[in-house]
Design a protein around this ligand. Structure first.
Ligand code: ADP
Length: 498
């Protein structure tokens, strides 16, 4: 008899649910939008109760789509938007404020204060993260500062705080399990990357009482069951932050294996083995903990990947749809020296310059929109080389011998081929582009005994196409050198002048 796994993917824009059979065929799917609240420019909030109700609704709809009952399920796997912070009342379960979403800038001043107090080095040393409002700690601090009486209630043990995984599991298990795991916790700026526990010294500086925070478990273990919400004792068998789930879903179980996600933004994750590796310009985090062993990863975020295609489509109106970009870009052999650096909101990894601004450079009278469109596609490729090269630098560097790719833009063959050419290594596109949710579901299957071991999981990962490099290294390096010069020109562009 087939065994079924429910996958919960709580994302920033929507809550999705998948049901797969043990051969990984999708038998049910549903998705529901989450309301984005923008109380001020740069602030993004979600209603935590809506996160929960939307997720429950999408689970029910996916089960209907699969024509299954909760009792037909063998395991549940969970992945979610990382870093987003929620504080709620332990007794009533009511949030005391909205969820502050990862990208939100609410707590910039909190972080500035911590850095001014000299905490910057300590934070980086203990957590691997460069202090930023992006991470959960400052969001919790902000909520405790803003809601009257919250700090005293937190100290009295009346409030709980956590990331979205903790909020969902607490509710799904009827408030029995108050738990997170290492990959999510490594993005909170509160977990010590070596001990894999909350760092008491940092918590002291932050003024966040430890008893507000959940137990940090392994990523692949049983996190209670869903009988309280779905009437059937189906075990929750995994919990992973979305990017780490993507790395796991790409079967990148060994050191040096990697994945690049070309979504609206881009994220490179490289399995860096059993030790955290702080590498300049990139962040070391936990990949996952399974069976008592922790695998670390190196992460590089790029703000504008597919986003640039949306800009060409919606703002410049050079293309009708993002997939059109492939046809247009293929009409010319090269950009003839044109580069598009999409630093619309500054440069992310590995350059980190908030004052950089986008540029199209190298145009002549012979430049047409085809060259500009091609330059936009190539910007995804060059940015990826930036982070791949940064990861390989220095004593702790990790080199990769192939790049596994996923995300909405990987249907673009020209992008994948050009990526292989510029990196000089094969680019591997799997059949299943939904690496994130598959990672979570496969891990749930592993920890509940549906699958025997990582070898069996690896056999579920199938290649769609391998793009081998066909360009000479000289040509690739010379094109890349032009890109690096273009990036330099965008740096500091928007810096206030005195
Ligand atoms: P996210 O989950 O980050 O919102 P997706 O993984 O669904 O994004 O990818 C969507 C992004 O991919 C969009 O920004 C879109 O412009 C881009 N995209 C989709 N198809 C293509 C394509 N064929 N070529 C280039 N970009 C594409």
């Amino acid at each position: 008899m087939a065994r079924y796994i429910l996958g919960i993917d709580e994302g920033t824009t929507s809550a999705r649910a998948f049901v797969i059979d043990d051969d990984t065929n999708v038998v049910g799917f549903a998705q529901a939008e989450i309301t984005q609240q923008y109380p001020r420019p740069g602030w993004i909030e979600h209603n935590p109760k809506e996160i929960l109700s939307t997720q429950l609704e999408s689970i029910r709809a996916a089960l209907r789509d699969a024509n299954l009952q909760p009792s037909d399920l063998s395991a549940v796997g969970l992945t979610n938007q990382r870093e987003t912070g929620i504080v709620w009342d332990k007794e009533t379960g009511e949030p005391i404020y909205n969820a502050i979403v990862w990208a939100s800038r609410h707590s910039v001043e909190v972080v500035e204060r911590w850095v001014a107090d000299g905490l910057g080095d300590l934070i980086q040393q203990r957590t691997g993260l460069i202090p930023d409002a992006y991470y959960t700690a400052s969001k919790i601090r902000w909520i405790l500062d803003q809601v009257p009486g919250a700090q005293a209630r937190a100290e009295a043990g009346e409030l709980l705080a956590g990331t979205v995984d903790t909020w969902l599991i607490w509710n799904l298990t009827g408030r029995k399990e108050f738990v997170t795991e290492t990959s999510n916790a490594s993005r909170t700026m509160m977990m010590n990357l070596e001990t894999l526990d909350w760092d008491d010294e940092l918590l002291g500086h932050y003024g966040i009482p430890r008893h507000m925070l959940a137990r940090i478990a392994s990523s692949g273990e049983v996190f209670g069951d869903i009988s309280a919400t779905f009437g059937a004792p189906v075990p929750i068998g995994s919990n992973l932050g979305d990017q780490q789930a993507g790395l796991f879903g790409q079967a990148a179980y060994r050191e040096g294996l990697s994945k690049m996600t070309y979504g609206t933004a881009g994220v490179l994750n490289i399995n860096s083995g059993s030790k955290p590796r702080p590498i300049e310009g990139l962040t070391p985090s936990v990949g996952w903990t399974i069976g008592g062993e922790t695998t670390y990863e190196i992460e590089g975020v790029l703000f504008a990947m597919g986003k640039t295609m949306q800009w060409l489509r919606d703002d410049l109106q050079l293309i009708h749809s993002a997939p059109d970009s492939e046809w247009y870009a293929g009409q010319v052999q090269s950009t003839e020296g044109v580069y598009l650096v999409p630093a619309f909101t500054g440069l992310a990894a590995p350059n980190w310059d908030p004052h950089a601004r986008a540029a199209i450079i190298g145009m002549s009278n012979a430049t047409t929109r085809l060259h500009v469109i091609r330059a936009a596609v190539e910007s995804m490729v060059f940015q990826t080389r930036d982070v791949v090269e940064a990861a390989a630098k220095g004593e702790l560097g990790v080199s990769i011998s192939e790049l596994r790719v996923d995300g909405g833009a990987v249907r673009n063959n020209l992008l994948c081929q050009m990526q292989a050419n510029i990196l000089g290594i094969p680019v591997v596109r799997p059949k299943n582009a939904e690496a994130t949710i598959f990672g979570a579901m496969l891990l749930a299957g592993l920890s509940t005994g549906i699958y025997a071991d990582l070898e069996e999981l690896e056999s579920k990962w199938e290649v769609d196409q391998v793009f081998e490099p066909t360009m000479s290294r000289d040509q690739a390096d010379s094109l890349y050198e032009g890109w690096q010069r273009a990036v330099e020109l965008t740096k500091g562009w928007n810096r206030p002048r005195s």
